[in-house]
Design a protein around this ligand. Structure first.
Ligand SMILES: O=C(CO)[C@@H](O)[C@H](O)COP(=O)(O)O
Length: 214
């Protein structure tokens, strides 16, 4: 049964503005940090051992695999819409000893992830906002794609990303998502640790319920 993983989202442009409290939280509470490529090497020095989930919202994702691996990335997530050969990219990511994530944008059906790609990937990402910036509104219409992918890939990590927080974590968790990316909901909260704890406990409870029904 997949466990709850909370991944605070830090875009390349935002890291410098994080408060000391948020940086402490990252060092203390977060397991994964979801971020833009340019800040990877500085973060890996400042937060030793953090698992860096790199969501690559780029064209030609095959071009950046080595750069991200060299900078300390642990998971390289690319968009299925950005390539005609996802299998080769996944193989290249694995050759650099990173986990491979495959993302679908709001207008892309879950069927765009073939059985072959879904089995090869380590994580599947269902975007619940359009890629580009933090702080957008959650698109609940994307949630059924989480259920569809969870039914096809019961053991995979399935991530949601965009506008996720305590107000909508239930629908994401009940659909089967176990990796939660949250930027505004965490960094905008007076007590980020509490938000992380809420997200994690909700997902763990939902995962236990899903496992008992299998
Ligand atoms: O990749 C993206 C947006 O392009 C997301 O990671 C957002 O940055 C998440 O931020 P919130 O929507 O949780 O504020």
């Amino acid at each position: 049964m997949p466990r709850a993983i909370i991944s605070p989202s830090v875009l390349a442009s935002d890291f410098g503005q994080l408060t000391a409290e948020c940086k402490r939280m990252i060092r203390g509470g977060a397991e994964w940090l979801h971020m833009g490529a340019p800040i990877l090497s500085s973060v890996s020095k400042g937060v030793p051992g953090i698992f860096m989930d790199c969501h690559m919202m780029v064209a030609q994702p095959e071009k950046w695999v080595n750069d991200i691996a060299d900078a300390g990335g642990a998971l390289y997530c690319f968009h299925i819409e950005a390539t005609s050969d996802p299998v080769s990219i996944i193989n290249a990511i694995h050759e650099r000893k990173m986990k491979a994530g495959v993302a679908i944008s709001p207008d892309t059906p879950s069927s765009a992830i073939s059985d072959e790609v879904g089995e090869l990937a380590d994580m599947l990402l269902v975007m619940t906002v359009y890629p580009g910036r933090g702080g957008q509104n959650f698109l609940e219409r994307c949630v059924p794609k989480v259920s569809e992918l969870r039914a096809r890939f019961p053991e995979k990590d399935i991530e949601v990303d965009g506008g996720v927080g305590p107000k909508n974590i239930d629908v994401c968790a009940d659909a089967g998502s176990n990796v939660i990316v949250a930027g505004t909901a965490i960094f905008g909260a007076p007590q980020p640790d509490q938000v992380i704890a809420t997200l994690k406990s909700t997902v763990n409870a939902a995962q236990a319920k899903i496992a008992s029904n299998q």
